[in-house]
Design a binder for this molecule. Structure first.
Ligand code: FAD
Ligand code: DLZ
Ligand code: SF4
Length: 517
C-alpha cells in the first residue's frame, strides 16, 4: 500500500497526524511550493520567505529520517502552482493507492481537498489536526451544548480539562483571570529586551533571493529577515521569550510605544502557526517558569489565556461558523480600505506607527492590530472583506482560521456579536492612555471637533451615532448611547460632518488585489 502524504506549509510538525504511521519503505511525502498560496492575497514578502524556507528545512529534516520527499520548488518549470494541480501531477508520478492529509487550516483548502477523491479517482483520507488542545469535534460538541458563547467560559473548561495552572480543581492563585493587573502603560524608564533574530542560512538566503525577484510587488520589506525557520530556532525563540520577556509580559500587555515594535510580546505566533512549535509545549514552558518562580502569575496566566484560550477559541469559532461566517456584515460597513493601510502615509501617528512596523517586520502586536488599525476600521465602517484581506496579507502569522475571527468578529463586530458581546470601539483617549503616540501627533487628542481634533474622537461618536438603535439594545453599550443622547443636536450634527469630511478626504484606490470569492 503506497500513500501520497501531502504536507502543507503550515503543517511543519514531525508529530503531524498524517505522519503518525508513515512507512518509509512505501509512502511518499509531497510538499509543494505553489504561487497560488502566495498570491491569493498579496502576502507580505517575509511571510512567503518564512513559509518557503521553513518548508525546505522541514523537508531536509524528513529526508534525514529516511523519508522519501517529493519536493516541488516554486521555480520548477512544470509546477502547476496550485495544490490540486500538484497533487494530480504527483499522483501520476507515484501511482499511490491513497492520498493522506491532515485537515488544513483553511476552509478554502478543505474544499479543494474534498474534491480530489472524485477528480483523481483515489481515496483521500483527512485526519484531524491534533496539534490543538481542542479538536474541531470537541469544540462543535461544546458549541452544541451552548458552552462556547464566550471565550472566558471556554477557557475555564480548557484549564479544567488540561490541568494547566490548576490546583486541586481550582485555578492557581484563586482567580481565573488577572486581566485587571495587565493594563498598565509602559513606565518611562522601561527597556524592553532586544529580541533574538535568526540569521538567514544558505537555504533561507536562496529563498530570499527568489522572493525578492518573484514577489517584488508584494507589500512589505523582505529584509532584514530574522524569523525562526527551523524547529531548533523556534525552540530557541521560545526559550528567549520565557527567559527575557515573559516576566513582564503581563503588566504591560496592552501598552504601545513609538519605536518599540515588540515590547514584551512573545513573537511566537509565526512558529506556532506553521507548526514549528506546539501550543502544548509553549504553555508548559510558561507554566514551568511560574512554578520555578521566574515569572509572576499575572504574566503567565495572561500568556496562557492567549494560547489556551483565545487561540483555541477563535479556531473553534472559525470551523463551527464557516463558510457563512465570512459573509456576514452586521454593521453594514462598506467603505473601501484607505490607501494609508498600505502606505502608512497619514498624519495620524498611531496609524503610521502600526503600518510602519507591519511593513518592516510583518508583525504588529495585538493592541496595535485591535485598538489602532482595527479600531479605525471599525469606527470608519470599512468593508469587512477589504479589512480581512489586509490582515491576511500583511502579517507573517496570518492564516484564515485565526485571522478571520479576530478581524471579522473581535475587531469589526461583523458577526453581530458571536465572538464578542460588544465592539472594542475606543476614542483617542484610550490610545493616549496606553501609548506615547499622541505626544508626537499632528492631531490633538484633547480636541473633539475641528481640523486639529484627533480623528478617533469624532469617528468614535459618529460610530455610536450610526448604530444608536442597535447599541441601545446592548446593555454593554448603554453608557455611550446615553452620553450620545445627552448631546445637543448641533453637536451630533458637527460630529457627523467632521467624520464624513475626514473619511471623504482619505485617498482609496480600492483593493490592491482581487478580493477573495
Ligand atoms: P503574544 O502577545 O505573545 O501572545 C501569545 C500567543 O497567544 C500568540 O503567539 C498567539 O498564538 C496567541 N494569541 C494571542 N492573542 C490571540 C488572539 N486574539 N487570537 C488567537 N491567538 C492569539 N494571530 C495570529 O496568530 N494570526 C493572525 O492572523 C492574527 N490576526 C489578527 C487580526 C486582528 C485584527 C487581531 C486583533 C488579532 C490577530 N491575531 C492573529 C491575534 C494576535 O494579535 C496575534 O496572535 C499576536 O499579536 C501575535 O504576536 P505574539 O506571538 O507576539 O503574541
Ligand atoms: C502561506 C503559504 C505560502 C505563501 N506558500 C505555500 C506554499 O507554497 N506551499 C504550501 O504548502 N503552503 C503555503 N502556504 C501555506 C498555505 O497557504 C496553508 O497551508 C493553507 O492555507 C492551509 O492553511
Ligand atoms: Fe492617534 Fe489621535 Fe493620538 Fe494622533 S492624537 S496618535 S490620531 S489617537
Amino acid at each position: 500500500m503506497r500513500r501520497l502524504i501531502l504536507i502543507l506549509g503550515d503543517q511543519l510538525s514531525h508529530s503531524l497526524s498524517a505522519l503518525a504511521d508513515l512507512d518509509p519503505q512505501a509512502d511518499i511525502v509531497l510538499m509543494a511550493e505553489v504561487a497560488e498560496e502566495a498570491q491569493y492575497v498579496p502576502h507580505h514578502k517575509q511571510k512567503i520567505a518564512l513559509l518557503l524556507s521553513a518548508m525546505r528545512h522541514f523537508a531536509t529534516g524528513l529526508r534525514a529520517r529516511g523519508v522519501t520527499v517529493d519536493y516541488v520548488r516554486l521555480d520548477d518549470p512544470a509546477n502547476s502552482h496550485s495544490f490540486s494541480g500538484e497533487v494530480a501531477r504527483a499522483a501520476a508520478r507515484h501511482h499511490p493507492d491513497q492520498i493522506l492529509v491532515t485537515e488544513p487550516g483553511e476552509w478554502r483548502v478543505l474544499q479543494m481537498i474534498e474534491g480530489w477523491q472524485r477528480a483523481l479517482n483515489l481515496p483521500v483520507t483527512i485526519r484531524p489536526d491534533d496539534r490543538f488542545f481542542c479538536s474541531r469535534a470537541e469544540f462543535a460538541a461544546l458549541a452544541k451544548a451552548g458552552k462556547t458563547s464566550r471565550m472566558e467560559y471556554f477557557y475555564r473548561d480548557m484549564r479544567r480539562k488540561t490541568g494547566i495552572l490548576m490546583d486541586q480543581g481550582a485555578p492557581v492563585g484563586g482567580q481565573w483571570n488577572f486581566d485587571s493587573d495587565n493594563r498598565k502603560p509602559l513606565s518611562k524608564g522601561a527597556r524592553p529586551p532586544a529580541r533574538r533574530r535568526f540569521a538567514p542560512d544558505a537555504i533561507t538566503r536562496e529563498v530570499l533571493e527568489m522572493v525578492a525577484e518573484r514577489f517584488a510587488d508584494h507589500f512589505g520589506d523582505l529584509e532584514p529577515f530574522g524569523w525562526p525557520v527551523t524547529r531548533a530556532e523556534a525552540l530557541a525563540a521560545l526559550d528567549h521569550f520565557i527567559t527575557d520577556a515573559l516576566p513582564l509580559f503581563g503588566d504591560v500587555q496592552d501598552a504601545m510605544k513609538a519605536g518599540e515594535d515588540f515590547l514584551y510580546h512573545s513573537l511566537l505566533s509565526p512558529a506556532l502557526n506553521c507548526g514549528l512549535l506546539l501550543p502544548q509545549e509553549v504553555c508548559a514552558a510558561a507554566e514551568a517558569a511560574y512554578k520555578a518562580g521566574h515569572a509572576p502569575l499575572n504574566a503567565v496566566e495572561g500568556f496562557i489565556r492567549q494560547v489556551l484560550g483565545w487561540r483555541e477559541y477563535v479556531r473553534g469559532i472559525y470551523w463551527v461558523e464557516m463558510p457563512g461566517y465570512a459573509a456576514t456584515n452586521a454593521l453594514n460597513a462598506h467603505l473601501p480600505l484607505p490607501d494609508l493601510y498600505w502606505t502608512g502615509d497619514t498624519p495620524m501617528r498611531c496609524m503610521a506607527e502600526a503600518v510602519s512596523t507591519t511593513r518592516r517586520t510583518g508583525y504588529a502586536h495585538h493592541i496595535q492590530r485591535l485598538m489602532v488599525t482595527g479600531n479605525f476600521a471599525l469606527l470608519a465602517g470599512l468593508a469587512p472583506a477589504a479589512v480581512e484581506e489586509w490582515y491576511l496579507a500583511v502579517y507573517v502569522d496570518a492564516f484564515e482560521w485565526v485571522e478571520l475571527p479576530n478581524t471579522h468578529g473581535m475587531v469589526l463586530h461583523a458577526d453581530g456579536g458571536r465572538l464578542g458581546s460588544k465592539p472594542y470601539a475606543a476614542s483617542g483617549a484610550y490610545i493616549n492612555r496606553m501609548s506615547d503616540y499622541c505626544r508626537g501627533c499632528a492631531y490633538d487628542v484633547a480636541e473633539k471637533l475641528g481640523p486639529k481634533a484627533c480623528p478617533f474622537n469624532y469617528l468614535y461618536w459618529d460610530f455610536i451615532d450610526r448604530h444608536e438603535a442597535r447599541f441601545a439594545r446592548n446593555p454593554r453599550m448603554a453608557m455611550p448611547v446615553r452620553t450620545l443622547r445627552a448631546m445637543e443636536p448641533s453637536r451630533r450634527e458637527a460630529i457627523r460632518a467632521d467624520a464624513t469630511a475626514f473619511l471623504d478626504s482619505l485617498p482609496s484606490s480600492g483593493p490592491a488585489w482581487p478580493l477573495r470569492g
